[in-house]
Each structure stands twice: as structure tokens, then as C-alpha cells.
Write a protein that binds this ligand. Structure first.
Ligand code: ATP
Length: 555
């Protein structure tokens, strides 16, 4: 069976990330630490650009949102009030054979990329099960890729049982997997381990918070947690921010920072990590009753509603839709195509008990369409919980409405690392082009939007042994670098230098040549070649115009 192109695409992306210094495995020289990743020089720039753009769009370009930077370790009571101590858990199963832990609700998803499941699937088609191929697999390849599968350990007995329930197994590959891993003929079918085919235990809840101790005594009373999300700090500092800034409801508080979750099965490169960064906004709004009293009615979505123009009569539903639209617009502004994103409205049975509506913004990763950000209408659950647990009032007095209330909240919550991965996946392309001699070669290019690109321009002297060219190129670098990240490179043929920048995702390259220094006449003096990454076209531009041009592309 051929490897799906999504797998090879992902492998190529992971390898490019390492080769070009975007993302490295954490602690690699010690064998790595599962679920932890480091960003190399290009990755660090990319990440910084993304966080800066989010921060700017949330705070500096608006006057209704302010920022916060809180600690990672906070009072443990916060996590009791928020519900994390009691309920922030994932269902976990252990494989009885290989002892590996897996997240019970992700087993079927993991089987999509499991080598043994992939090869057994080849014996199963819409036309039915190829029993001969299955028997051959059980007695041959199966022993190598799924040593704990009952079908491999006792092929004749399990094959006989599959034959008895052939129709059922033919209709669903899941049933075939379950039959193949269940040793005893009595009792319910088991779920197979994605690693070795062994039986998994019943799911049990596993709390995802990392524990630590504050102070030297290290007793039960000193237990604290690394925050599993940045949002709670915003709620607990809500009153301080309100009282010290010139904001009034509706307004938001946002924060970018590290979050930690002891994920049962970190996977899909950085997508599910144990240490990651979040960009979260809590946008506080008036409860609908207050809006109703104040404006006479709560606006409903209609063809006339201009979602980009908030109004005093908006209730939570319009504010929620407003933020969904805003977030889609922002993703598009940094280079994720609308067609690569999906809007998913959580179904009533998927919603957290306090949530009125949650929209997930999904990205079509090579390994599947998965969540980038969640935008939840959370009512006043969080502030009310902290009010009860801390005994401190979270009410605001609204002069316009002449009333007191605990604000409600809309929460757009995004993951930085997932977004970085999405941007890299979106940008990655291999295309066949002709080299200098007209030979075909594969060009690997990252088509980042100039706003997020780690390097905005590569600056090259045509030859490194011509001091006039080098001097001019260094002057251009020095003039541009206070304003943007540029990269000077004088090594190797110019074509190679372009290719290196293509792989780094640099949108423009500037070459200083003999025209620049006036060797071919005065009309081209002080002009350079500007090469565009995406089209590979080149144009002549005056050195004096470079800064304005590049700035206009990255603003
Ligand atoms: P999932 O269902 O994928 O575990 P979640 O719904 O638990 O995610 P939230 O609690 O809503 O995630 O967190 C908000 C955002 O934080 C997510 O949309 C995601 O971008 C990011 N995030 C959450 N968990 C992780 C993780 N383990 N690694 C990387 N990013 C994460």
C-alpha cells in the first residue's frame, strides 16, 4: 500500500523545520522529551512576528482591549474555582501488552496512522475481506508490526471467529480491528492498541495539570500547578484592570503566554504539545437583560447587521459572531486562506456546561482538519466562580444602565504553536523549476505572508571579492535592519542564495551588482535587483525606495 501523500508532506515539513532551524526536538542530545519543542533561529522570529501581530491587532489598534502579563504559577484555589482540579482531565487507557498510555478518545484517530492498522486495512475493502490475505498477514507481516494482536498470537482461532462474523467485520473496519485484538470469545470486543495491537484497559480520567510545590517544605499544602491556560489570570485580575484603566464594559483583557498540559499522547509534531503558548482574549460584555433594559431590545442577527460595527444593543449572540468574524479576518491577514480554514459550531452535547455557544476555527492540516482556536460564549461562569471562591465581588456598577452586574464574557482562545504549524503547512510548496542551465529541479519554498516571514529580505553582493559591491550591500543591510529583520549573505552562486532564502520563506532578495555601482552607466547607479520569491521575477528598484516598498509589504 502506498504511503498517503499527506504523510509524506508532513514528513517533508518536519524535516525542513529541523534542517532550516524552525523547530527542534527539545533536549535532543539526551534523546528528546516527548511533547516538548524548541524554536530555532527562524522559528523564533516567526513566532515573535505572529505574537506581535496578534498583540497589535488586539491592543494597539483598538481602544477597547488592554493587555496583561501574569505569572504561570498562581494560587491553587484558582484552579479549584475554575473547575480544573476536579474536571480538567482526559480519558486514558493503558495497553495491557506494551504498557503504553493512550488517550481513549483518540484511539481511532491514532489508528489512521498506525503502521499495523494501515497494513491490515489493505485486506479489507468495500467488496469484503480478503480472507487469504488476512491469514497471510497474521502469520507473516503481522508478527513484526503488531506482535500483541490476538490475531497474530493465535491466528487460527481468531480467523475462525472473524469468519463467523464476516459480514459484520466486512461492513466496518473498526469491528475487524476489535475482533482481531480480542482474545476471548466471550465478552465485549476490545479496543486495539495503536502501537502493538494489544488490548487497552477501560478509560479512566487523567488530570492534565502539571503539579509542583511552592517553597521548601513540599507538603500537600504546598502543591501548586503550572497554568493549563492563560485565561484564569485575566478573570482573577479583572477588578484590578477595571479600576486602573480607562475601560468600561464592553471591553477586553488579553494575554499571551505559556500554558502546560500533561497530554496523554502528544502527537502530530507540535500540534499537541505539553508546553505551549496561548493568545487569549476575554471580552467582557453586559448581560442581555441589562442591554434590554438600557436600549429597549437586544439586537438579532439580520441581513442589515454590520458585524464589523458593534452597537450598544448587541447581546452575547452578536458579540460572539463578531469575534468569530474578526478572528477569521485576522487569520486571513497573516496568510491563511479562507479555504484552508473551517468554522465548526460545537453541538449542544459537546458544549461545556456553562458555555452558550462555541465556535472552533479549524485548519486543514496534512494530518486532518483540527482546531486552531476556540471562540466561546461563557456567560458569567468564570467571574461568578471566582466571586464565590474568593469572597471578592466581581460586580461592576454601570452608570449608563444604573445597575450592578457580573459581566458576561466572549473568549477567543488561540494556540501560538498550532498557528505556527498551520502557517508552515500553508506556506510549504515544492515546485519544478528550471535552473540557470535550463535543467529541471525541485524548488522548496515557504510562501509566508511578508508580515509573518522570519526574514523580510535577503541582501546579496553579486560577488564577495568585489569590495565596492560588498560595501554597498552592507550599507543597505545597515539602513534596513533597524526597521526589519534582514539577512546578509555573500556565500555561493546567486541562484543558490535565492534557493536558501526560498526555503526560509524570505519574500524578497536584493542583489547589488555592477549596475548598482555605476559600472554600466549612470542611469542604473544606486539601483538594485529586487527578486520576488513567489514569482521569481526580478525588477530594478532604487536603493532609496527599498525601505518604503518593504515597509508597505510588512505593515
Ligand atoms: P484540544 O481539544 O485540541 O485538546 P482544547 O479544546 O482543549 O484543544 P482549549 O482548552 O480550548 O483547547 O485551548 C485553546 C487553544 O489552545 C486551542 O485551540 C489550541 O490552539 C491551544 N492548545 C490547547 N492544547 C494544546 C496543546 N496540547 N498543544 C498545543 N496547543 C494547544
Amino acid at each position: 500500500m502506498s504511503i498517503p501523500s499527506s504523510v509524506t508532506r508532513m514528513e517533508k515539513i518536519v524535516s525542513l523545520c529541523k534542517r532550516r532551524g524552525f523547530i527542534f526536538q527539545s533536549s535532543e542530545i539526551y534523546g528528546g522529551l516527548n511533547g516538548f519543542w524548541d524554536y530555532g533561529p527562524l522559528g523564533a522570529e516567526l513566532k515573535r512576528n505572529v505574537k506581535d501581530l496578534w498583540w497589535k491587532s488586539m491592543t494597539r489598534l483598538r481602544d477597547d482591549i488592554v493587555g496583561l502579563e501574569a505569572t504561570i504559577i498562581m494560587h491553587p484555589k484558582i484552579w479549584q474555582a475554575s473547575g480544573h482540579v476536579d474536571t480538567f482531565s482526559d480519558p486514558m487507557s493503558t495497553c495491557r501488552a506494551c504498557k503504553k498510555l493512550v488517550r481513549s478518545d483518540q484511539v481511532w484517530e491514532m489508528l489512521e496512522t498506525s503502521p499495523w492498522a494501515d497494513s491490515i486495512r489493505a485486506t479489507h475493502s468495500d467488496a469484503g475481506i480478503d480472507r487469504e490475505a488476512l491469514a497471510k498477514w497474521a502469520k507473516g507481516k503481522g508478527a513484526r508490526v503488531a506482535p500483541s494482536l490476538a490475531l497474530v498470537k493465535d491466528p487460527d482461532a481468531i480467523l475462525a471467529r472473524i469468519a463467523e462474523r464476516l459480514e459484520e467485520a466486512a461492513a466496518s473496519v473498526q469491528t475487524l480491528f476489535r475482533l482481531a485484538c480480542t482474545a476471548s470469545a466471550e465478552g465485549p470486543l476490545s479496543i486495539p492498541c495503536p502501537h502493538c495491537g494489544g488490548e487497552l484497559t477501560e478509560p479512566r480520567p487523567f488530570n492534565l495539570m502539571f503539579k509542583t510545590y511552592v517553597g521548601p517544605a513540599a507538603t500537600e499544602e504546598d502543591i501548586a500547578y503550572l497554568r493549563p491556560e492563560t485565561a484564569q489570570a485575566i478573570f482573577v485580575q479583572f477588578k484590578n484592570v477595571l479600576e486602573t484603566s480607562r475601560v468600561k464594559v464592553p471591553f477586553g483583557i488579553c494575554q499571551i503566554g505559556k500554558a502546560f498540559r500533561n497530554e496523554v499522547t502528544p502527537r502530530n509534531f507540535t500540534f499537541r504539545s505539553r508546553e505551549f503558548e496561548q493568545m487569549e482574549l476575554e471580552f467582557f460584555i453586559k448581560p442581555d437583560e441589562v442591554v434590554q433594559n438600557q436600549t429597549g431590545s437586544v439586537a438579532q442577527l439580520s441581513t442589515e447587521t454590520l458585524l464589523s460595527d458593534p452597537q450598544p444593543n448587541w447581546g452575547w449572540e452578536l458579540w460572539h459572531k463578531y469575534w468569530v468574524e474578526e478572528r477569521f479576518r485576522w487569520y486571513e491577514s497573516i496568510g491563511l486562506k479562507r479555504s484552508s480554514l473551517e468554522e465548526y459550531w460545537q453541538k449542544p452535547d459537546e458544549l461545556a456546561h456553562y458555555a452558550r455557544a462555541t465556535v472552533d476555527i479549524l485548519y486543514k492540516f496534512p494530518f486532518g482538519t483540527q482546531e486552531l482556536e476556540g471562540i466561546a460564549a461563557r456567560g458569567n461562569f468564570d467571574l461568578t466562580q471566582h466571586q464565590q471562591h474568593s469572597g471578592k465581588s466581581m460586580e461592576v456598577f454601570d452608570q449608563e444602565a444604573n445597575t450592578k452586574y457580573v459581566p458576561h464574557v466572549i473568549e477567543p482562545s488561540a494556540g501560538v504553536d498550532r498557528l505556527i504549524l498551520a502557517l508552515i503547512c500553508e506556506a510549504f510548496e515544492e515546485e519544478e523549476v528550471a535552473d540557470d542551465k535550463g535543467q529541471k529541479e525541485v524548488r522548496t519554498v515557504l510562501r509566508f505572508h511578508p508580515r509573518v516571514a522570519p526574514i523580510k529580505a535577503g541582501i546579496f553582493p553579486l560577488l564577495k571579492n568585489k569590495p565596492e559591491l560588498v560595501k554597498k550591500a552592507l550599507e543597505i543591510r545597515d539602513a534596513l535592519r533597524p526597521h526589519m529583520n534582514v539577512f546578509y549573505d555573500d556565500g555561493g552562486a546567486i541562484g543558490r542564495r535565492y534557493r536558501r532564502q526560498d526555503e526560509a520563506g524570505t519574500p524578497y532578495c536584493i542583489t547589488v551588482d555592477f549596475d548598482t555601482i555605476g559600472e554600466n552607466g549612470p542611469e542604473k547607479l544606486d539601483t538594485v535587483t529586487l527578486r520576488h520569491r513567489d514569482t521569481m521575477t526580478q525588477e530594478r528598484i532604487r536603493i532609496a525606495d527599498l525601505h518604503a516598498f518593504l515597509s508597505s509589504q510588512i505593515q
